[in-house]
Design a protein around this ligand. Structure first.
Ligand code: PLP
Length: 392
């Protein structure tokens, strides 16, 4: 009998977002009169700008005429979008059009990229991380090494003493909410250059960066073009989480011919991101859309500020929220992160994310997302203040 990939059984479903959703939905169903506020899953709430929608409608309408109909496109993405991204995001870095790939989401990109490397490569992850890195690499039966993060060091990834081939870094970070500064990133780039390693740099929250001293791209660091692949997405910036569009850069400096080889792999595995989606993503660079994006980012970060101040006022230790939409909060009571989740759901009617979902070291913490309506944030603040007035 054909055997199923046994690694699939290793996917964590006990400590998962799916369990958060399942328990929350059951609670909502059994308590229809309760107003439940979701500050858990990191999905945006602001709609896609009208200008983008209109362009996408127009792009769809060409499909109804024989004269203008478009079938398969380029597997690695349309040149018009690649050029826009390179000119707007990477102007000073001089990447060529062969060094950028358009896909349908960083969640898949950041695991699929592992096909580029020797299957037995040693992969370094952090305990407290975006869980897809672990689950995705597990399914592929990779050699995974996990480094524990330290609260005393504000959970900043610790420089390894040994050699690793591939390093996953996420900045601005989900779930902890920090963004690596120039100095911290330089150390990682120098490590990778010295060790001839590759950094997979998950930069999907880059539009949340406010601090001028924080690099928006890893390629602002000298040497990064030799060692880093940077991943970005339109999910959070353009509210494309449901439309799906992402991109990444594979610098030619990584290996000779890398893009020639990788392009062949892409052609053999993918038939290209939806044309209509790419037309919409191109509109991201329109001036009026950019203004809207900036406004949306400020809206979410103002939410984060309101929440952060509330938790600090109630004597919590809180990380993040300045250059990222997430707050990482230490549990005050002597309870696990699932118990905290339960308490918030039942006593405060607020859904949060238990820290253990992001790794064992996360069990004393919980994550709050500021990607929510202001009205809900203010209601949540009222409930949190009221609860801790009684229970502090
Ligand atoms: N990387 C991180 C760190 C994320 O938090 C998310 C989504 O929440 C993703 C990647 C997935 O992005 P996409 O919607 O482009 O698949």
């Amino acid at each position: 009998m054909t055997k199923i990939n046994s690694n699939l059984y290793k996917i964590e479903n006990e400590n998962s977002f799916q369990r958060v959703i399942k328990i929350s939905n059951e609670y909502k169903k059994n308590n229809p009169n309760k107003n439940i506020i979701a500050l858990s899953i990191g999905d945006v709430i602001n709609p896609i700008p009208n200008k983008v929608i209109n362009k996408m409608k127009k792009a769809l309408s060409i499909q109804k005429h024989k004269r203008t109909f478009k079938g398969y496109g380029s597997s690695s993405g349309c040149d018009f979008l690649k050029e826009k991204i390179l000119n707007n995001e990477y102007k000073k870095m001089n990447f060529s059009i062969d060094e950028i790939y358009i896909f349908d989401g960083t969640k898949s990109d950041i695991i699929n990229i592992l096909e580029m490397f020797e299957p037995k490569s040693k992969i370094l992850l952090n305990d407290i991380m975006y869980p897809i890195y672990y689950n995705g690499t597990q399914c592929l039966n990779k050699r995974i090494y996990v480094s524990k993060l330290d609260e005393q060091l504000n959970f900043i990834p610790i420089m390894p003493k040994k050699h690793y081939d591939i390093i996953y870094l996420c900045s601005p970070n989900n779930p902890i909410g920090y963004a690596l500064n120039k100095n911290q990133l330089t150390k990682w780039v120098n490590y990778a250059v010295k060790e001839k390693s590759i950094i997979l740099y998950d930069n999907v929250y880059n539009t949340f960066i406010q601090d001028k001293n924080i690099p928006k791209s890893i390629y602002e660091i000298k040497g990064a073009k030799k060692v880093a692949i940077e991943f970005r997405s339109f999910s959070k910036s353009l509210s494309f989480s449901g439309i799906r569009c992402s991109y990444y850069i594979v610098p030619n400096e990584i290996y000779p011919d890398i893009n020639k080889i990788w392009k062949e792999r892409v052609i053999n595995r993918f038939n290209g991101t939806n044309y209509i989606t790419q037309v919409g993503a191109k509109e991201y660079y329109d001036n009026s859309v950019q203004k809207k994006v900036t406004k949306n980012m400020k809206y979410y970060l103002d939410n984060a500020k309101i929440l952060k101040e509330t938790f600090i006022k109630n004597n919590f230790m809180v990380w993040g929220g300045e250059n990222s939409p997430y707050l990482w909060i230490k549990i005050k009571e002597n309870i696990t992160s699932w118990e905290l989740f339960d308490l918030y759901l039942k006593k405060l009617n607020i859904i949060v994310t238990p820290g253990i979902i992001f790794g064992d070291s996360g069990n004393k913490y919980f994550r709050i997302s500021s990607l929510a309506n202001r009205g809900d944030i203010l209601k949540a603040v009222e409930r949190i203040n009221k609860y801790y007035e009684k229970n502090n």
